[in-house]
Design a protein around this ligand. Structure first.
Ligand code: NIG
Ligand code: FE
Length: 410
């Protein structure tokens, strides 16, 4: 196999605070990024073979010079709903005129998605994957949740599994219209026949629930607990949509049941923050949602100061956040959630990676390839928030190569 030297890296984000060549700093947030300036690395056989200062780099079969650009592990978008048809621009427009979001619009996406053929959904998904890859995302988690019948949930999970192993069963997104008069029957379906079919398919690694007593469409604490316990019993990892629209039991439940992640975390009590700090559950913030719903932004500062592991993800979906741009999410997290640029970049790579059980550090021996890396048309990670709205981040491999099956997002 060919050894490739990537050199001329103005700033390398290794995510390894122990990196011996890292520029010394007394800032803990910057230290966590393990920044090596004027750096180089060698990738050999799908593995990081060498990392250090460019002046000390070994020879290699091929050489790629980044001319002073910054390089980092590709973003991990650990929360998306990418398999759907239709859009809800009208609902967004109404919100910008003062309407509130309550999850009721999910039903219209369910209807449009059920109508779409597999090939139509596959094409929409491929387009969305191309969009997020173009902006530097390498790993993507995808949820079902716009099928809400046994057959349609399985269809969405299978389509998601074609593009990523990080697939989450979200049959408990909302109670579908046909079950509105009998919520208990829907919870029974999700925890019974639907979950059995999902387990049998082997497509999902996680189960998620929209735990939101503030929404008439979503699930309350007891319903959520039953659904999460059923998922745990069949060996699925757990994720929770919690505390998005108001205070609620989602965060406590996620921590108590050992969920990998609780996402949104917009309305938190001190008790919620304490529970997160005492757990291994990642608090994944989705500030693109607050941008699009006009809710207050989550307070990342409060979580970080309490020692909570924070992740960042897009939540790309047609209702509350129709963008998959992780650079946009990073910029919002810095500007609106109280994070430093270093904390936001860490959360969007290492933090969200941890919620999927991934180690994203660029260290010798790590199973990372060129396709796992993102380059910035900028000299440092700070520019992601400093120059918002510009396409500074892109995959290190050109789009054509990155589209090949061997390097599809995983
Ligand atoms: O994470 N809140 C629940 N699910 C999505 C929104 C889905 C939709 O409105 O279509 C979210 O915000
Ligand atoms: Fe979501």
């Amino acid at each position: 196999m060919t050894a490739i030297l990537v050199t001329g890296i103005g700033e390398l984000v290794t995510l390894d605070p122990e990196q011996p060549e890292a520029t010394p700093t007394d800032r803990a947030d910057v230290g966590a990024l393990g920044l090596v300036h004027d750096a180089a690395l060698v990738v050999h056989d799908g593995t990081i073979a060498w990392v250090g200062r460019a002046s000390a780099a070994p020879g290699a079969d091929q050489r790629l010079d980044l001319a002073g650009r910054a390089l980092l592990p590709g973003f991990v978008d650990s929360h998306t709903h990418l398999v759907f048809a239709g859009d809800r621009a009208g609902e967004f427009e109404a919100r910008m005129r003062g309407a509130a979001y309550d999850g009721g619009g999910i039903g219209s996406t369910v209807a449009a998605t059920r109508e779409a053929t597999d090939d139509e959904l596959r094409a929409l998904l491929a387009q969305r994957i191309a969009e997020l890859r173009a902006l530097g995302t390498r790993v993507v988690e995808i949820k079902s949740g716009y099928g809400l019948s046994v057959e349609d949930e399985l269809r969405l999970l299978r389509l998601a599994r074609e593009v990523t192993p990080h697939v989450t069963f979200l049959g408990a997104h909302v109670v579908p219209r046909e079950y509105a008069a009998d919520r208990a029957a829907y919870v029974e379906l999700v925890t019974g026949l639907m979950l059995a079919a999902v387990t049998e398919s082997g497509c999902a690694a996680y189960l998620d629930v929209f735990c939101e007593p503030a929404s008439a469409h979503a699930f309350d604490g007891e319903e959520s607990r039953a659904i999460l316990l059923a998922g745990r019993a069949v060996g699925l990892g757990l994720r929770v949509h919690g505390n998005q629209l108001g205070p609620g039991p989602g965060v406590q439940l996620a921590c108590e049941l050992g969920a990998a992640s609780v996402d949104h975390c917009t309305y938190l009590t001190d008790g919620d923050v304490d529970a997160l700090a005492g757990s291994s559950t990642v608090a994944t913030l989705l500030p693109g949602v607050e941008f699009s719903t006009r809710h207050p932004y989550p307070d990342a500062r409060r979580l970080l100061d309490a020692g909570v592991t924070v992740g960042l993800a897009s939540d790309c979906n047609p209702g509350t956040c129709y963008t998959s741009s992780m650079p946009f999410v990073v910029a919002l997290a810095v500007r609106e959630c109280g994070m430093t640029p270093a904390e936001a970049v860490y959360a969007a790579t290492a933090g969200s990676g941890r919620s999927l059980g991934l180690d994203r550090r660029i260290v010798v021996g790590a199973p990372l390839d060129l396709a796992d890396l993102a380059v910035l048309d900028a000299p440092s990670h700070v520019h992601l928030a400093y120059r918002p709205g510009l396409p500074l981040a892109r995959p290190l491999l050109p789009a054509a190569a990155a589209a090949a099956p061997a390097t599809s997002p995983d």
